[in-house]
Ligand binder design. Structure first.
Ligand SMILES: [Zn+2]
Ligand SMILES: [Zn+2]
Length: 82
């Protein structure tokens, strides 16, 4: 977990938090999952409390394994967000 500064904002400008669909900006607290996806710390914290998967790739950030359960549901969710 880290905070974006004036120095690092260029690096992360290309990334978007796919939970709140907002690009990262200065002073945002960002968290990187094992799958190398970036999210706002607060966004992913609340998300993980509800479903234990990365919103981008459906990997379980605690185990590093893909959740094969509820695949149909996840696919539907992905389509709705697309
Ligand atoms: Zn966010
Ligand atoms: Zn991911």
């Amino acid at each position: 977990m880290f905070v974006i500064t004036e120095e690092t904002k260029e690096i992360y400008a290309e990334f978007t938090c796919s939970i709140c669909i907002t690009e990262f900006g200065v002073a945002d607290v960002v968290r990187k999952l094992v799958c190398r996806h970036y999210f706002h710390h607060e966004c992913i914290r609340l998300w993980i409390m509800r479903q234990q998967v990365c919103p981008n790739c459906k990997i379980n950030p605690f185990t590093g394994q893909y959740n094969d359960n509820n695949n149909a549901l996840n696919n539907t969710d992905a389509q709705m967000l697309a």
